[in-house]
Design a protein around this ligand. Structure first.
Ligand SMILES: CC(C)(COP(=O)(O)OP(=O)(O)OC[C@H]1O[C@@H](n2cnc3c(N)ncnc32)[C@H](O)[C@@H]1OP(=O)(O)O)[C@@H](O)C(=O)NCCC(=O)NCCS
Length: 199
């Protein structure tokens, strides 16, 4: 959903992937990516950043300033954490505990702002996330869009549960204990729009 604040891709002059980002920056990225029904709370972002900071990566871009300045905007973020695989034996909880060391990854979120869906930055985010979770046998992911479903399927996940949350459709996709079809050989393809290299 484009907003008045959403920057135009052609004005982008610098991109950064920020590991272990600040809570406020992640919250801002989330709200830039999603309509109100799907936005995350400050409490949840705080829990993700405190509980498993290595699973959180922010993507931000500087627009319209060349070397002299410009304005930084959030472009997207990914966040995941290990969880108890036994949770997949029962209805998925509304709040999933972080379980360090568990052989699992709950892909809490992977998203870019609407103007950058289908861009090399989205590809960068997805391939970096794929590298982070490579070799982890059990996966779960919330999906709220066809984009999320497509990515989940590429990781070998299947639909596990579907329901309405606060009146909006919600699905959980999951994979138990096996490698996905793309785990061994993630695809690399050419850029669809021009953009500066990620730092
Ligand atoms: C999820 C999102 C970031 C994906 O971006 P996208 O531009 O639609 O990405 P695509 O699915 O076309 O994939 C782009 C590239 O990323 C890589 N990729 C995507 N999914 C992958 C996966 N599961 N494993 C490895 N690589 C993957 C591939 O290189 C792919 O390129 P290819 O299709 O040429 O092979 C984006 O659609 C988005 O932000 N959507 C809105 C938010 C949303 O619904 N998020 C889902 C979770 S709720």
């Amino acid at each position: 959903m484009p907003t008045a604040r959403e920057p135009a891709p052609h004005n982008l002059d610098r991109v950064e992937a920020v590991p272990r980002p600040e809570v406020r920056a992640v919250l801002e990225a989330d709200h830039a990516c999603y309509p109100p029904a799907y936005r995350v709370s400050l409490v949840k972002v705080q829990a993700l950043c405190d509980g498993f900071p290595e699973g959180v990566t922010l993507y931000r871009g500087r627009f319209g300033g060349g070397r002299l300045g410009g304005t930084w905007h959030p472009l997207g973020y990914s966040a995941w954490h290990p969880f108890d695989p036994d949770l997949l034996e029962r209805p998925w909880p509304t709040s999933v505990a972080i379980l360090p060391g568990a052989p699992s990854a709950y892909l809490y979120n992977y998203s870019v702002i609407p103007a950058f869906i289908g861009s090399p930055i989205a590809r960068e985010l997805m391939t970096r996330l794929a590298e982070q979770i490579r070799g982890i046998p059990t996966l779960a992911a919330d999906t709220v869009s066809i984009h999320g479903v497509r990515a989940a399927q590429r990781w070998g996940m299947r639909l596990h549960e579907a329901r309405q949350v606060d009146g909006a459709p919600w699905e959980l996709w999951a994979r138990r204990g096996g490698a996905g079809p793309r785990d061994a050989d993630p695809p690399i393809s050419g850029p669809r729009v021009n953009r500066p290299p990620l730092t």
